[in-house]
Ligand binder design. Structure first.
Ligand SMILES: [Zn+2]
Ligand SMILES: [Zn+2]
Length: 700
């Protein structure tokens, strides 16, 4: 029992130990690990996530005397794909996509030998009996090569685009030094600005273009091997096309034998490695699918013949003020359970909102979250969510008793919740978007009540209007909107999200000076002067929808400062604002204006506008974020003091903004309050399903 704790495998987590003892006898005669039983309910068991290649396997891969020398699919008990190959539980080879490969005598001997480090490793394989790799031309025809992987690396270095099959799907890969293939890749993926992740050869290579703190290095080399957002070095020398206009870059390290071999015969420090998914669709996982969907994008495919059971994107994390923040919880994390504090042992399910969706099952104080699904706006993504959710229900053997869904009446996920409810004959609980975020924070940290600051782009409010800058009090039974950002007009509705200059017009109004300024930027509107005229006319109309969104205010500032006029991916204007503020100071130093339960923002935006050209962009960006952070914290702290609440939390997509998050923390802690942020689930919409399942469990 003692050794269980001290000598357990490096990737294991002990959630609890249940020991029963038969009546005392004089001696123990034998020691056995019993075969997993086949019972239908596996809720108590743990479904392992994928684990990056371990040091021992990496050493054998490079050892000429080892029989797995140069074998790309080298794995052991401590490493290899798990979740992405499992069709059913218990986790035994016949239940995985490895069943297609019959073990050779040598592998079988290792598999059966309790003294071998591949004892009972379900993925054990070698060049003789295991998966093999092939290089294909863009039309799917096999390219003869004695060494397909190293050949692929050389092709990347020479400027070709490759689709490379990994554990959970295909990546699109290219050189990080040549701009031409990246531009070509962007064009075909319709991602003109969205940052692309890279895979660096090793830590040293990553350090040549990005700053890596000891904590970040630990994350990057952990068995999860996520994409870590790192700050670019001042002498950043990779193509600017990788993450244009941003201060950081997403970097991961090789996590399979195949990935490390890619670098062997090149001098490249890193390759672009971005999920291969057609716009608004899930990551591509099967060869046929890849060839039909990607043939026009790529020059070659590097594939292997092991099937992928579950598609799974890479996880993305960022260290914010020393806390690991999950931007996307997927490969390496999903679907390992998260300990959660909920009052009852009901089994509940959350289905998320609309963007960055996940599903989440809460049962017996554990939360099981699916991999990252994406934006449920196309049929393909919707199907992916349904399939991943049903897979999770099957793996856990759980039967949900209640389902939490978003309050929004026409989201696809709302439809999915109704569908499941009918099937299982159970109730659906609509949960307000920001309350879901705050409830998740409470359950993650096991607190009974909280004042939560929840800031993001959009959520359907209790009153049906657009929310996104909320101070919410919540406890086990209720939630109350304590304060919110000033409602601002969204001229043209959703168009104001896409073109933040419309937010500027809405916030600053119809002053001649503003109109002139907008007219000077008329080429930034798809319909030029005509559009500006129409916007100014609409300003007087009472039909313009209002939003309390924090994201929209940051977007407006970003547009005023000329950092972003068109949002081509979620969060773009605000992310560029955050990047621009680095190294700045709060030269405006505006005093928070709280008007009852309304936190004013117009005055701040007006000041930024008025200071344009007088003060550096860096300081204005910093000052705007500082105002938002200080006014939110002043309001939240006042609420906490009023209500006698000891914890203040920060959640929603804006919680990924380092300056705002750190300012809130400092202010709350100065008042002796506990400051809580998410550590186990993403603060953005990827964590909404978790909050919904928690709320559904709290409802009696
Ligand atoms: Zn290993
Ligand atoms: Zn073998």
């Amino acid at each position: 029992m003692a050794q269980l704790q001290t000598e357990r495998p490096p990737t294991s987590v002990i959630h609890q130990v249940d020991a029963t003892y038969p009546p005392e006898t004089r001696e123990f005669k034998e020691f056995q690990i019993l075969k997993s039983n086949d019972s239908r309910t596996h809720a108590g068991s743990v479904i392992p996530p994928d684990i990056a290649i371990c040091d021992n396997c990496l050493r054998e891969l490079r050892d000429k005397r080892d029989r797995r020398y140069d074998y790309f699919f080298i794995t052991c008990t401590d490493c290899g794909p798990r979740y992405t190959i499992i069709d059913a539980l218990p986790y035994d080879r016949p239940h995985t996509t490895m069943r297609d490969f019959e073990m050779c005598d040598k592998c079988l001997t290792e598999y059966k030998d309790p003294g071998n480090r591949r004892f009972h490793a379900q993925t054990v394989a070698c060049a003789k009996c295991g998966p093999s790799v092939t290089l294909l031309a863009s039309d799917g025809k096999r390219v003869d090569s004695p060494d397909p992987i190293r050949e692929a690396g050389k092709l990347l270095e020479r400027g070709y685009i490759l689709a490379i099959k990994g554990n959970g799907g295909f990546h699109l890969a290219s050189s990080t030094l040549l701009t031409e293939p990246i531009v070509r890749l962007r064009k075909t993926k319709f991602r003109f600005q969205k940052p692309l992740a890279v895979m660096a050869r090793d830590l040293k290579a990553a350090r040549s273009f990005a700053e890596v703190s000891p904590a970040e290095a630990e994350l990057m080399t952990s068995y999860v091997r996520p994409i870590v957002l790192l700050r670019k070095r001042p002498e950043f020398d990779l193509s600017e096309q990788i993450s244009p206009g941003l201060h950081n870059i997403g970097v991961m390290l090789p996590y399979t034998g195949l990935h490390s071999m890619l670098f062997d015969e090149t001098t490249e420090r890193a390759f672009v490695m971005t999920s291969a998914n057609p716009p608004e669709e899930p990551i591509v996982k099967d060869d046929e699918e890849a060839i039909t969907r990607l043939r026009d994008i790529v020059d070659y495919f590097l594939s292997h013949n092991r099937k992928i059971s579950q598609r799974c994107d890479d996880s993305v994390v960022r260290s914010i003020g020393g806390t690991v923040t999950l931007l996307r919880r997927s490969r390496g994390y999903a679907p390992a359970p998260i300990s959660v504090s909920v009052p009852k042992n009901t089994c509940t399910l959350g289905v998320g909102g609309q963007l960055n969706v996940t599903s989440c099952l809460v049962y017996e104080r554990r939360a099981y979250m699916t991999q990252h699904i994406g934006d449920v706006e196309t049929l393909q993504t919707f199907e992916f969510q349904k399939e991943a959710t049903r897979h999770l229900l099957m793996l856990t053997g759980c039967k949900p008793e209640r389902i939490g869904r978003d309050l929004h009446p026409v989201f696809s996920t709302t439809k999915f919740a109704e569908e499941l409810a009918q099937e299982y004959g159970l109730g659906v609980i609509p949960v307000q978007h920001h309350y879901a975020h705050v409830a998740g924070l409470m359950a993650e940290h096991n607190v009974d009540q909280i004042v939560g600051v929840c800031c993001d782009g959009y959520g359907y409010g209790d009153d049906g209007s657009a929310w996104g800058g909320e101070i919410i009090f919540a406890d086990q039974t209720e939630h109350k909107r304590f304060a919110h950002l000033e409602p601002q007009p969204m001229v043209g509705g959703d168009l104001a999200t896409k073109y933040p200059l419309r937010m500027v017009a809405g916030i600053l109004g119809e002053d001649a000076e503003i109109v002139d300024w907008l007219l000077e930027r008329q080429d930034r509107f798809p319909h030029g002067k005509e559009e500006v005229d129409m916007i100014t006319r609409q300003l007087c109309s009472s039909q313009v929808p209002l939003t309390t969104s924090c994201g929209r205010v940051l977007d407006a500032v970003s547009a005023i400062l000329g950092l972003c006029y068109e949002r081509t991916y979620e969060g773009e204007p605000a992310m560029k604002l955050e990047g621009a503020a680095i190294g700045g100071k709060d030269s405006l130093n505006l005093r928070p204006v709280l008007n009852g339960n309304v936190i004013e923002t117009t005055g701040m935006v007006r000041e930024v506008f008025a200071s344009l050209g007088r003060l550096p962009v860096r300081d204005l960006a910093y000052s705007a974020q500082s105002y938002v952070a200080r006014s939110l914290s002043e309001s939240a702290i006042a609420a906490a003091m009023d209500l006698g609440v000891k914890s203040v939390g920060f959640t929603g997509g804006v919680a990924c903004n380092e300056q705002i998050s750190c300012t809130l923390r400092a202010a709350a802690e100065k008042e002796g309050l506990r400051f809580l942020v998410h550590e186990a689930v993403p603060p953005g919409d990827g964590g909404v399903s978790f909050g919904q399942a928690v709320v559904a469990a709290m409802v009696s």
